[in-house]
Ligand binder design. Structure first.
Ligand code: PEP
Ligand code: MN
Length: 356
């Protein structure tokens, strides 16, 4: 199967849908037919081996469910994909005729597991999609692609499913969008699919995150879809019905990645103004750091520590009090102030420790 070509030729979003877990032959077949009938999906998914956090959760139906997925693929004419986490899963999935494999977040973190899978797939012509590791480590994600590439796997795609976090008020896994964007910079030809189901953990946020992924030029979406989501054996809160899936896709606003010549000239003008403002910002930052060095020299002469906690706490508080006037978020103001402070400490440390 030529996955990359298919993704590139498909009008965005390339959509992968199906249940978190395969539960019975009827469940897989019925939901697949419904998904295919709505016409938006390009690939079917179902988990058969489930990497569950706690040991007494449902851990998947195992290999007996492989033919259910293959049958659903034949019936609908759509390619099918499932998650593999070790060499046995890889061998069984290949033998059953699964079209595309995916590697889950808990497997991407483990180079031994990835290498073991790559070794089984050596010389096999099968596309593999690699989810990001649970932790936001770009090199680890890239390492998985390199291991598979070295084993001769040419059809590769990435799935962004967010990163593990302790008790986030909004997300199950925080998106940290800069990571998939950085992956794109490093591997520009790799298709990137967003998995809003595992990012949000709740169905009411799926549209918002899917829209964001489309506005960031992701190639596609993987959305968990179940005939009766509330009764699902895994990830119940985040799954949608086939109708729910259709509503999400129908409500997406698709914007073009290409720019017309007249739009480009308007944008160029605005961007030019932005660049001159950025020039001024950096000139100011540079002047500010010269003052930090003067402060550092003074502290050195008078034997005063670099960090004056109370002064810094006051500075931060007075900036944060003005976020509304600036029309900037508290988080952004905090990040900017922290970055300036770090750089200022670096300049002060440099003059403080300079040999006389
Ligand atoms: C899944 O897609 O059902 C899954 C287990 O995903 P992840 O590896 O992102 O947790
Ligand atoms: Mn799931």
């Amino acid at each position: 199967m030529k996955l990359i070509q298919k993704i590139k030729e498909t009008k965005r979003p390339f959509l992968i849908a199906g249940p978190c877990s395969a539960e019975s032959p009827e469940q897989v077949m019925n939901v697949s037919i419904e998904i295919a009938k709505n016409g938006n999906a390009h690939m079917l998914r179902a988990g058969i081996w489930k990497p569950r956090t706690r040991p007494d959760s449902f851990e998947g139906m195992g290999a007996i469910a492989l033919p259910w997925l293959v049958e659903a693929g034949k019936e609908t004419g759509l390619p099918v994909t499932t998650e593999i986490a070790n060499r046995h899963h890889a061998e069984l999935a290949l033998k059953a005729g699964i079209d595309v494999l995916w590697i889950g977040a808990r497997t991407t973190v483990n180079p031994f597991a990835i290498q073991e899978i790559a070794d089984v797939l050596r010389g096999v012509d099968i596309p593999v999609m690699v989810k990001n590791p649970v932790n936001p480590d770009l090199e680890l994600w890239i390492g998985a692609f390199e291991r598979l590439e070295k084993a001769g796997i040419k059809e590769l795609a990435a799935i962004h499913r967010g990163f593990s976090i302790y008790k986030h008020p909004k997300y199950r896994n925080v998106p940290t969008w800069e990571l998939p964007i950085a992956l794109r910079e490093r591997l520009p030809n790799l298709p990137v699919i967003c998995d809003p189901s595992h990012i949000t953990g709740r169905r009411d946020l799926l549209l918002e995150v899917s829209q964001k992924a489309m506005d960031l030029n992701f190639d596609g979406l993987m959305i968990e879809t179940h005939p009766n989501p509330d009764k699902a054996w895994s990830d119940a809160a985040q799954q949608v019905t086939p109708e729910g899936l259709k509503a999400i896709i129908d409500n997406l606003v698709m914007r073009s990645t290409a720019i017309s010549a007249s739009d480009a000239s308007v944008l160029d003008e605005l961007r030019h103004k932005i660049t001159s403002l950025d020039d001024r910002l950096f000139d100011l930052l540079s002047a500010r750091m010269s003052l930090s060095e003067e402060v550092g020299l003074f502290k050195r002469e008078h034997n005063i520590t670099i960090l004056q906690q109370e002064h810094w706490t006051r500075l931060i508080a007075s900036r944060l009090a003005k976020t509304d006037d600036y029309k900037l978020t508290e988080r952004f103001v905090r990040q900017i102030m922290d970055a300036i402070h770090q750089e200022s400490i670096r300049h002060q440390t440099k003059v403080m420790n300079k040999k006389a």
